[in-house]
Design a protein around this ligand. Structure first.
Ligand code: 5GP
Length: 188
């Protein structure tokens, strides 16, 4: 894969557990490094600039677009998000594989421009499982849960755009399955 981007794109509905799976993968595979995205969304309490995201003003984001700094960028829930070329190049130059969590539109764009990039969709066993998980989290109102389940239904229609779909029945199974996919894809 010389001169090609070594990047893994992970998507999945809100509440599916992708954050936990990604954390686990980063712990278990030392060859992976999180590629920090840029966004125009306001920083949330507890987040750290350049660690969670590169928090950019709209003007700075526009400049980055003009400078061709993005592998892809998209509007997600009214804010802009983009995967930075420089971030992935830095990771690859350290002989590591980048890992980024992006939405389904971004994943489609990436696969169109860079087919070598590995894309994985993490899906819930059923939509009802997703609803139950979101309810158990007790962090969203019932309207918000409904909105996320409806969004998930739309996202699940995009799974054909991905190289692999992993059903997150348990975190451990998803982790094992994804490690096996990564190992085979990158000949580790
Ligand atoms: P949040 O603001 O809650 O961290 O993320 C909101 C959404 O933005 C999530 O669906 C996440 O996958 C998506 N996202 C984060 N980074 C990127 C990126 O670089 N590109 C795209 N297209 N989506 C992103």
């Amino acid at each position: 894969m010389k001169n090609k981007k070594k990047l893994i794109v992970i998507s999945g509905p809100s509440g599916v557990g992708k954050g936990v799976v990604i954390k686990q993968l980063l712990q278990d595979l030392s060859c992976l490094e999180l590629a920090v995205s840029a966004t125009t969304r306001p920083i949330r309490s507890g987040e750290v600039n350049k660690k969670d995201y590169y928090f950019l003003t709209n003007i700075a984001f526009d400049e980055a677009i003009t400078n061709d700094s993005f592998i892809e960028y998209c509007d997600v829930h009214g804010n802009r998000y983009g995967t930075l070329k420089e971030e992935v190049e830095r990771i690859n130059s350290n002989d590591k594989i980048g890992l980024v969590e992006i939405d389904t539109q971004g994943a489609k764009k990436i696969k169109t421009s860079f087919p070598e990039i590995l894309s994985i969709f993490i899906a819930p066993p059923t939509l009802n499982d997703l609803r139950v998980r979101l309810e158990q989290r007790q962090t969203e109102s019932s309207e918000e849960i409904q909105r996320r389940v409806t969004n998930a239904e739309e996202e699940l229609k995009k799974i054909q755009d991905y190289d692999f779909v992993v059903i997150n029945d348990t975190i451990q199974n998803s982790r094992n399955e994804i490690i096996s996919i990564i190992t085979k894809t990158f000949n580790l």
